[in-house]
Structures are given as structure tokens and as C-alpha cells.
Design a protein around this ligand. Structure first.
Ligand code: GLY
Length: 321
């Protein structure tokens, strides 16, 4: 299944279940807390906070995202990217956990000829926030996931916010077991390369204050309503559905790897160090193109500096190759 089909299948599934399809917003939004849009929910933040009312109770989108915090990991692992597309379904005070979890399960496991992604249910694991008995119960009793494939984790892993003051809540992450060739037994708590996170379901119900990005920040109180915000990584899904080893080898990125390989004369797969460089080129050129497309120009500060850094790292990688 190519990336365009994966994207369309997601939108069609949720549109046919009462969600309004919203086009991706620009990577640059008027939000002083963020350099770039870094999650599918960012354009909907005023709805979660109750600052604006949407004209639709449910939405679905595939949002362009840039995250630069893990830039040093890009190319070295199988799953880190600075640009990615996040497919999401959203409820603004409409449905909550009891519908969000079965909906995700249905899309992942329904056969391909019935509009799903056709994953084997035996390969799927879920994590829940350590005290979220309700999500664990839904996974087990409603969906039928065996208890031993539901793991509990703390705030750093299973409580989601944008890393800054704003909406937040406990989350349930869905993982796909790629098999023993990719790592050890024990589920996502043991090995996140073998057990690849594909989808995060956030039960958005609190507002957070200042503090560290991931854990230990203050919870200011409840949001006006209980909401759903999910994020499925399109490139990770593509790697699984296209049977390739990592997100740089999927249909859309492989084109860039092939071009960089042809220009440099270094074949992909011949040398592990060169492969890292080719993957950096594939990732960063995509990010740079998307940033330029949304109006960023190379510069010495802020967004322009991020773009400049990306471009410099591409040039350096190509020189080394
Ligand atoms: N907003 C959910 C996520 O980014 O994982």
C-alpha cells in the first residue's frame, strides 16, 4: 500500500464515521509556544481549551509535522524523522475512550478489502497510563486484547502534552510487533525498535502549566470537556505495510535516497556509515522542502536557523559521501 493510499484510507475510514475531513494546516501557525506544528492536534488547540467552538464535533486530518528535538537520532535509528505526517481523529467533547480505542483497533485490523490496514491482531500491543484502569479495561473487555499485551507506563511515556502549557491527558499507545529479528521479547517496555509505536490515542482532559516538557509539570485543572486527540505516524505505517526495514525506505523517501545515491555514487546498503548519511539526506531534504514550501527562508535565528541547519547537514552529508 503506498503512502497516498494509507493516507486516503485513514481519512475515508473516519469520514464514514461522522468525522469532518480537515486539510493539513501550514507548518507555521500563529502560536507563540511553538516554532513549528509538531502534532496533528495543534490547529485544534483552541477547541480543546474551550477558547473557540468548532462547527463539527469530530474531525480527521493528516497534518504535516516537524520535530527537531531528535535531530541527532535521524538516520541512526529506524524510526526517527524530523518531518512526518500525522494522521489523526479528533473528538471535541463528543466521544471518548470507549469509542476511540475500538475505532483504532477496527481500522488497524479490518481486512484490506474492507477498508482496513489488515494487521494481524496477534501482533498488536497497547500501553496505558499507569492508573488508567478504564483504558486497560476497554482494551481487554471490549477489544479483546489479552492482558499480557497491555502494559502500563508512567508520565514520561503515557501522558501527552505539547511539551508546553496547554491541553494534555493520559494516553494509550499502540505498537506493532515486528518479530524477533528486530529485538527482544517483552513488549514495548522492553524494546521499542521491535515493538514499533504506530498510533497514540490521547484522552485530552486536563490543562497543564509551565514545567519540564514530558513529566513533572503542574496540572492546572480539567478542560471544559473530555476530548480525543490521536496521532498515527504515516511513515511508520508505510514501513510496516510496505515490508521495509525503516521509514527512510518507504516509497516517498526512497526516491530521495536513490537520487542522493546516484549523485554521490555510493550505493545504499553497501556501507553502514554511508547509509546513515543517505538517510540524513532523505530526511532533511524533505523537511527543508516542506519548510520552504510554507514560507521559511534560511536565516540566523528561529525557524530560519533550523532550516539553515538542515540544509547544512545535507550539504555536509553529501560532501562526506
Ligand atoms: N497528539 C498525539 C501525539 O502527537 O502523539
Amino acid at each position: 500500500m503506498d503512502s497516498a493510499q494509507i493516507r486516503q484510507r485513514f481519512l475515508d475510514f473516519f469520514a464514514s464515521r461522522g468525522h469532518t475531513t480537515i486539510p493539513s494546516a501550514s507548518l507555521i501557525l500563529d502560536d507563540p509556544t511553538l516554532l513549528f506544528v509538531n502534532a496533528g492536534m495543534v490547529p485544534f488547540k483552541p477547541y480543546f481549551l474551550g477558547q473557540q467552538s468548532p462547527s463539527f464535533p469530530r474531525a480527521t486530518s493528516v497534518q504535516k509535522c516537524v520535530r527537531t528535538t531528535d535531530i541527532e537520532e535521524v538516520g541512526k535509528t529506524t524510526r526517527h524523522a524530523s518531518f512526518f505526517q500525522m494522521a489523526g481523529n479528533f473528538s471535541f467533547g463528543d466521544y471518548f475512550k470507549e469509542q476511540a480505542i475500538p475505532l483504532a483497533w477496527e481500522l488497524l485490523t479490518a481486512p484490506v478489502d474492507q477498508g482496513g490496514y489488515g494487521f494481524s491482531p496477534d501482533r498488536i500491543w497497547a500501553t496505558v497510563y499507569h492508573d488508567d484502569d478504564e483504558a486497560a479495561r476497554i482494551w481487554h473487555e471490549v477489544v479483546g486484547l489479552p492482558k499480557e499485551r497491555i502494559q502500563r507506563r508512567g508520565m514520561a511515556d503515557n501522558f501527552w502534552s505539547m511539551g508546553v502549557p496547554g491541553p494534555c491527558g493520559p494516553c494509550s499507545e499502540i505498537y506493532y510487533d515486528r518479530g524477533p529479528a528486530y529485538g527482544r521479547e517483552g513488549g514495548p517496555v522492553a524494546d521499542e525498535d521491535r515493538f514499533l509505536e504506530v498510533w497514540n490515542l490521547v484522552f485530552m482532559q486536563f490543562e497543564r502549566g509551565e514545567g519540564p516538557a514530558k513529566e513533572g509539570y503542574e496540572i492546572l485543572g480539567d478542560l471544559p470537556a473530555r476530548n480525543i486527540d490521536t496521532g498515527m505516524g504515516l511513515e511508520r505505517m508505510a514501513a510496516l505495510l510496505q515490508g521495509v526495514d525503516n521509514i527512510y525506505e518507504i516509497d516517498t523517501s526512497q526516491l530521495v535516497v536513490d537520487r542522493a545515491s546516484a549523485l554521490s555514487g555510493q550505493a545504499y546498503g553497501a556501507d553502514p556509515d554511508d547509509d546513515v548519511l543517505l538517510r540524513v539526506v532523505a530526511d532533511h531534504t524533505r523537511t527543508a522542502a516542506m519548510l520552504v514550501g510554507d514560507g521559511v527562508l534560511p536565516g540566523n535565528e528561529g525557524r530560519g536557523y533550523v532550516l539553515r541547519r538542515m540544509m547544512r547537514r545535507v550539504v555536509r552529508s553529501m560532501r562526506l559521501l
